[in-house]
Design a protein around this ligand. Structure first.
Ligand SMILES: C[C@](O)(CO)[C@H](O)COP(=O)(O)OP(=O)(O)OC[C@H]1O[C@@H](n2ccc(N)nc2=O)[C@H](O)[C@@H]1O
Ligand SMILES: Nc1ncnc2c1ncn2[C@@H]1O[C@H](COP(=O)(O)OP(=O)(O)OP(=O)(O)O)[C@@H](O)[C@H]1O
Length: 308
């Protein structure tokens, strides 16, 4: 008996960051776009107790104890709905770890949906989204996918209309960046300046709604980019290599260090990817399109249903 859920990575097409709040978080205007790079989380009953395993190129960097966001999701759901969390969670990881693409958040959202299907808790979508928000600021978006504006610390979501597919190239860096460290660097760089309240750009929302890559390229922005570049200066070379290869826009994805390049069409994306691969400025390169669907059950032995 097992359930498998597929969950997408994200890129932030706008990340406007306000000043640090008293609770240490920052208010955001966070325009998320889910992209077609996926982790898969499979949950199986495990009489020996909660267990996490992981495979994939970055598996060695993933914690397998109860700090893993997939384990935390299973424990939170079990506690709230009176279940025993005796499950084996297997993560087939394709999303880069500590890359700013919400890989851990994807596994939290995926484990939550998978355990919910296995245990048949009867939880509503709103109740599941509440647990997502407790697990992390990016987790609710990993659950819903598509495109959305996240406010508050990024957990309050408003779905956004997207008028077409956007073609992206992602360059993975040789090491990760810690999200809290990047926010701390943002605070340090902004010391003594007046940081305005974050606001979503109407031009950017219009560009998404039209599905217009040139208009989107002209409006993408990431307030965490200077902080990520300050901690990881070599990323400037990766951004320059992608721009020189014809990307319409080049930016750091979220807290980085993955860099994201918007291309006009699949052919141009392939050309940018090829140039980045030979540039010597990154560890690996992937192409993906967005928007992509959120957490989705792709196999459920329990109901004898196969979706993919
Ligand atoms: C950078 C982004 O990925 C953009 O989508 C997110 O804002 C980060 O989301 P996340 O990884 O789910 O973050 P969380 O696990 O909620 O928080 C990790 C840490 O990031 C910082 N953090 C996160 C979100 C936020 N709005 N303000 C923050 O200052 C805090 O130091 C926090 O302790
Ligand atoms: N399931 C998981 N997969 C990956 N990392 C995890 C997981 N659970 C916990 N972590 C921890 O979280 C840290 C951040 O990893 P993650 O891949 O989520 O970063 P990220 O993509 O930069 O996150 P975000 O974009 O949401 O800020 C890792 O270094 C790891 O210690």
């Amino acid at each position: 008996m097992s359930v498998t859920v597929r969950v997408p990575a994200k890129v932030n097409v706008q990340l406007a960051v306000g000043p640090a709040r008293p609770d240490g978080f920052h208010d955001l205007a966070n325009v998320f776009l889910a992209v077609g790079l996926y982790d898969e989380v499979t949950v199986t009953p495990s009489p020996g107790g909660l267990r996490v395993t992981c495979d994939g190129p970055d598996a060695g960097q993933v914690p397998l104890d109860r700090t893993n966001l997939a384990a935390r999701a299973a424990l939170a759901l079990a506690e709230r709905y009176g279940r025993t969390p005796d499950v084996h969670l297997h993560i087939a990881k394709d999303i880069p770890v500590a890359g700013g693409m919400a890989g851990g958040s994807a596994d939290g959202a995926g484990a939550l949906l998978a355990c919910d299907a296995l245990w048949r808790t009867g939880a509503s979508r709103e109740e599941l989204l509440d647990i997502c928000a407790e697990l992390g600021s990016d987790v609710p978006f990993s659950f819903v996918g598509g495109a959305a504006l996240g406010t508050g610390r990024g957990e309050k979501l408003q779905p956004l209309e997207v008028g077409g597919a956007f073609h992206w190239v992602f360059a993975m860096a040789g090491r990760g960046l810690s999200t809290p460290a990047v926010f701390r660097e943002f605070d340090r760089l902004g010391e003594g300046t007046n940081i305005p309240a974050p606001v979503a750009s109407q031009e950017l929302l219009d560009a998404l709604a039209k599905g217009d890559p040139d208009a989107l390229a002209a409006t993408v922005s990431n307030d965490l980019q200077p902080a990520a570049l300050s901690l990881f200066p070599e990323l400037a070379g990766t951004l320059a290599a992608g721009r020189a290869a014809g990307a319409l826009a080049a930016l750091v994805s979220g807290s980085g260090p993955t860099t994201a390049f918007l291309a006009r069409d699949p052919e141009s994306a392939a050309a940018v990817a090829g140039a980045l691969r030979t540039s010597g400025t990154c560890r690996s390169v992937r192409t993906a399109t967005g928007p992509a669907p959120g957490a989705t059950v792709i196999r459920n032995d329990r109901s004898q249903t196969f979706f993919a």
